[in-house]
Design a protein around this ligand. Structure first.
Ligand code: AMP
Ligand code: MG
Length: 489
């Protein structure tokens, strides 16, 4: 295997690596393990442009080597990050077992992004794993994360996928691949849990200060930094979950190591989109008790935030009882913030301005109707925008509900156009539908990326009317076989 050597900077990389300068406990200094025969599968030109990066002067061979970690750009300082996590409620020491952060790229607008290779080989955190990833799941993360981004929901992004030319052993032998993930940071609730578990108060302070400087500079000089940080993260996570609920997204594995302090959606494993409305929807094959079901997401976010609060206790107040009381009050308030935000989000979906005492009823009646009749969540809101006219919407109960909705809309005293505008901003016409994603991945695994690229293209403008997208709008035909997603991919 060729030794790792730096490439000339025609690309405009501007690495400034702050996390790798943190104390030893935070990371392992390690390079990606080079791979046999790298081949670039897809490069996200739009994202590259946003990052101020120009890959046009680089030959495909060199690009492939670059995005496989066989050669590293100048200025990188690669590490595997240490973190812990509650996985399905059980605490475990984890860390990047199959990823390395090669460095932080700072754009001309002074925005800082982690550039991470996922699937880049074993690290000291790999435990029994091989440190690798398979092509299908990396392309899946690519398309769903980019889809979530286009839905205007904070998320990590995907810059490239490269095949490694090596096989990975799963149930079958699969093609290996590396995803280049871009994130505003990879600091997780689990990062705090890892440092807190070591009971070194100075390192905990270092992590709080680092996180505040990077994500919440507005509280930099606060005298109550830990509490303020907790408050801001609660707010950010609440907003994120409300957004997921808006589009029917089920993350599927909301372990504390998969919750980013930045408020970005992170770790696209067994995630999927709900089609027929059922609050209990679960796709993940290992989520036997529905811990991460659609309607459980807010409760789990609150649970995770309580774990985050626990880490901060020593910095909240010298008196532990006072600290616990203060943190508990903030966590208890999650429900109120969530319900308030959720109700407003649902009003937006229905194009309702202002407030009416019966709004919650009106919304719940619609959700109940969808549930009873197993109706598609996304398409129901499209019907209200006169985009979808399926037979189900001729149902009498729905027509009655629609009349009530129209009466409520008239209280707005605003024009129909304004109502539609509000709805168009909040109701996607297309989402990454599970069967369409699977179809695209199946073809990609045979070397044909056409369907993948077509789907990606349609998903770039989820709120716009586009020509010939009917096939992307339809839910999967009903079958006896339940759609399932898998972890540990
Ligand atoms: P995830 O399910 O991707 O959130 O991963 C949970 C933990 O397992 C993280 O510490 C990962 O780095 C680790 N992990 C997942 N897959 C592998 C693998 N193939 N090899 C080594 N570690 C892995
Ligand atoms: Mg993870």
């Amino acid at each position: 295997m060729e030794p790792i050597k730096p490439v000339k900077n025609y690309i405009n990389w501007n690495f400034d690596n702050s996390y790798s300068k943190l104390p030893e406990a935070f990371k392992e200094i390690i390079k990606p393990v080079s791979v046999l025969n790298p081949e670039l599968v897809i490069l996200n030109e739009n994202l590259a442009k946003e990052l101020g990066l120009d890959f046009s002067k680089i030959e495909k061979n060199e690009l492939s080597a670059l995005f496989a970690g066989n050669i590293l750009p100048e200025g990188t300082s690669s590490i595997a990050q240490a973190y812990a996590g509650h996985q399905f409620g059980h605490f475990t020491m984890l860390g990047d077992g199959r990823a390395v952060l090669i460095g932080e790229h700072v754009t001309n607008q002074k925005k800082r992004y982690d550039i991470q290779f996922k699937g880049s080989g074993r690290t000291s955190f790999s435990r029994g794993g091989d440190g690798r990833a398979a092509l299908g799941p990396m392309l899946r993360e690519y398309i769903i994360s980019e889809g979530i981004h286009s839905l205007n929901i904070p998320t990590t992004r995907s810059l490239a996928v490269t095949k490694t030319g090596e096989k990975v052993v799963r149930e079958n032998l699969l093609e290996g691949a590396i995803l280049t993930r871009v994130a505003s940071s990879h600091i997780r609730v689990g990062t705090f849990q890892y440092i807190a578990a070591k009971q070194n108060i100075d390192e905990l302070k270092t992590l709080v200060n680092y996180t505040v400087d990077r994500h919440y500079p507005e509280i930099k000089s606060s005298k109550t930094k830990a509490v303020d940080l907790l408050n801001l993260v609660i707010e950010k996570q609440c907003q994120l979950i409300v957004n997921w609920m808006r589009v029917g997204f089920i993350h599927g594995v909301m372990n504390t190591d998969n919750m980013a302090i930045s408020g970005e959606t992170i770790d696209y494993g067994p995630c999927a989109f709900m089609d027929y409305y059922d609050p209990k929807t679960v796709f993940s094959s290992i989520d036997k008790f529905g811990r991460y079901a659609f309607s459980n997401q807010p409760a789990i976010a609150k649970w995770n935030l309580a774990r985050f609060a626990e880490c901060l206790i020593p910095l909240i107040d010298k008196n532990e009882n006072n600290a616990i009381k203060l943190a508990s009050d903030l966590i208890d308030n999650f429900q109120n913030i969530y319900e308030y935000k959720w109700l407003n989000m649902m009003r937006d979906k229905l194009g309702l301005f202002g407030k009416d005492k019966d709004d919650l009823n009106l919304i719940n009646n619609l959700l109940n109707w969808m549930k009873q009749n197993k109706v598609d969540y996304t398409n129901t809101f499209c019907n209200l925008m006169d985009i979808n006219s399926d037979e189900v919407y001729k149902d009498n109960n729905f027509i009655l509900w629609k009349n009530n909705w129209k009466k409520r809309s008239e209280l707005n005293n605003l024009s129909k156009e304004k109502q539609i505008k509000l709805m168009e901003k909040n109701n996607p016409i297309v989402i990454p539908r599970n069967h369409k994603v699977e179809e695209a991945l199946a073809e990609a695994s045979k070397g044909n990326l056409d369907s993948f690229k077509n789907l990606l293209d349609v998903l770039k403008k989820p709120y716009s009317k586009q020509n010939k997208i009917e096939k992307y709008q339809m839910p999967a035909p009903r079958s006896n076989k339940k759609y399932q997603t898998f972890c540990g991919t």
